[in-house]
Design a protein around this ligand. Structure first.
Ligand code: CU
Length: 158
């Protein structure tokens, strides 16, 4: 009985210690520990919306939160669409078949695409807080199926 009790307390300590360490790292002045992404966007050959899609294609987050794009199928990438990001925001570009985590600090609308499948409609949107640049984003012209897909995504943004 005594041995069992000791084992349990050892396990409890092992679980508690990393939590204490993580809390300590979050103290003022120290760099913030990497938070889990607020959302994950899959890159897929086939999804609920059809062939060659991001899923979900539209994500809403708060400033300072992150999104991870994951290559669930190979041969896709994610990169910002020129003109479809807030003024002063940093464009991003992921490598083919590689995951990419982006932290969004500036509020606004960020349109993104898979370069190989843009004209097949493989586009998506991250809305960070207030979508102040929505009208500018809607004015960007896109090729092929990207045009109606993006129009559909942006139509629901307020
Ligand atoms: Cu693709």
């Amino acid at each position: 009985m005594r041995i069992t009790a000791l084992k349990i307390s050892a396990v409890a300590l092992a679980v508690a210690l990393p939590a204490v360490a993580a809390f300590a790292l979050g103290s003022p002045g120290a760099p913030a520990p990497a938070a889990a992404p607020a959302a994950t966007v899959k890159m897929l050959n086939r999804g609920a919306a059809g062939m060659m899609v991001f899923e979900s294609a539209i994500v809403r987050i708060k400033p300072g939160q992150s999104v991870t794009f994951t290559p669930n199928d190979m041969g896709h990438n994610v990169e910002t669409i020129p003109g479809m990001l807030p003024a002063g925001a940093q464009p991003f570009k992921g490598a083919l078949s590689k995951p990419l985590t982006v932290t969004f600090t500036k509020p606004g609308v960020y349109g993104f695409k898979c370069a190989p499948h843009l004209s097949m409609g493989m586009v998506g949107v991250v809305i960070v807080g207030n979508p102040a640049n929505l009208a500018q984003a809607k004015a960007v012209s896109l090729p092929g199926k990207a045009k109606p897909v993006m129009a559909g995504l942006l139509a629901g943004v307020r």
